[in-house]
Design a protein around this ligand. Structure first.
Ligand code: BTN
Length: 242
């Protein structure tokens, strides 16, 4: 695969999308030491100083329908948790749909974006930010974020972790292409799900209620149970252009 490395860039998601527009190859990986315009979900930024973190984005050109793309984010979350466990021994969890956490603090965020053309996927980019060797965090996120170094006490080789994430994601992606759903990783995902069996507050545009999270179904929706009904909640966290 093609790996493009930047000492400094705006955002690896922006680099990957740019390559997506210009015929960049399926499977290309964009990695940066530092981002000056790192992006998080819901229009937020992503602090991206040099030296401690992983900032990377994978460019894919899937042939399945756009509606399936959000599931890739969940697939990536499983790959990240398992790669972290392989490389550091630390077992993180997943906060639905796709935050990787440890003791309630965030270790990794994933931002998936896609471009579609006449109802087909032109490209998808999956951006992954992993907190690896940070010893401190800025005041605003100090209570919400943690790093592998803070949790394990050991420095971690970022290259090794990147390779482990990619290896696992690739294997899961191959299966995903066959089944076009999350059936192969659903059980793993649900074991890692920190919300499982817990009360969650469901916020709908015109409604708000408490329910118990059961787990995801094969398409990545969260199944929740209230006292009189079972419902599924769609994450759909992919920003779309095109
Ligand atoms: C989140 O809000 O949880 C998602 C954060 C995603 C951050 C990563 S870092 C690499 C890639 N490039 C970006 O600008 N964002 C993603």
């Amino acid at each position: 695969r093609q790996v493009v490395y930047y000492e400094e860039t705006d955002s690896t998601n922006i680099r990957a999308k740019d390559a997506g527009e210009k015929g960049g190859e399926h499977g290309s990986l964009f990695v940066a030491e530092r981002q000056v315009a790192g992006k998080g979900r819901r229009g937020r930024g992503w602090e991206s100083p040099a030296g401690t973190s992983i900032y990377m984005t994978l460019l894919l050109r899937p042939t399945f329908l756009p509606v399936k793309a959000p599931q890739l984010t969940l697939l990536m979350a499983v790959a990240v948790v398992e790669a972290i466990r392989q490389v550091t021994g630390l077992t993180g969890g997943i906060k639905w749909p796709n935050d990787v956490v440890f003791n309630g603090k965030k270790l990794c965020g994933i931002l998936t974006e896609m471009s579609t053309e006449i109802g087909f996927i032109n490209y998808v980019v999956i951006g992954v930010g992993i907190n690896v060797n940070q010893e401190t965090f800025p005041e605003e996120i100090k209570d919400k974020a943690t790093s592998l170094k803070l949790e394990t006490g050991a420095g971690i080789r970022r290259g090794e972790l990147i390779a482990a994430v990619m290896e696992r994601f690739e294997a899961y992606y191959e299966t995903f292409l066959k089944t076009e759903d999350l059936s192969a990783v659903r059980a793993r995902y649900n074991r890692l799900l920190v919300n499982r069996g817990q009360e969650v507050k469901v916020l709908e545009p015109d409604n708000e209620y408490e329910a118990r999270a059961v787990g995801i179904n094969d398409t990545g929706e969260l199944i929740v149970r209230t006292k009189d009904a079972e419902k599924t909640i769609y994450a759909g966290e992919v920003s779309v252009r095109g």
